[in-house]
Write a protein that binds this ligand. Structure first.
Ligand SMILES: [Zn+2]
Length: 92
């Protein structure tokens, strides 16, 4: 375990994926980087799946996390907690 949390961790505000590399950031129409969403969710100024629901996003991300070796139950629980707090789903 590393001490301290000085390094700012950026999470995609749509799918909660940690963005460790600027190359993973989504892009705006003019090609500049969007600092809140990942390239899988956001490209050229638009969401790649503009009509996806929170439930569908949870299913989608669960699939990715299971592929990464996480038990499905654990993945679902994490996402059910995290996703609703993200900017995209936190309708105000
Ligand atoms: Zn994303």
């Amino acid at each position: 375990m590393e001490q301290g949390q000085n390094q700012e961790q950026v999470f995609c505000q749509s799918c909660s994926m940690p963005i460790q590399d600027a190359a993973l950031l989504g892009t705006e129409q003019d090609g500049s980087k969007n600092s809140e969403y990942c390239m899988y969710c956001y490209e050229a100024g638009e969401f790649k799946q503009p009509d996806i629901s929170l439930q569908e996003m949870t299913d989608l991300c669960t699939g990715f996390m299971v592929q990464e070796g996480m038990p499905e139950e654990t993945a679902r629980q994490m996402l059910a907690e995290q996703l609703p707090r993200l900017k995209r789903w936190n309708a105000s």
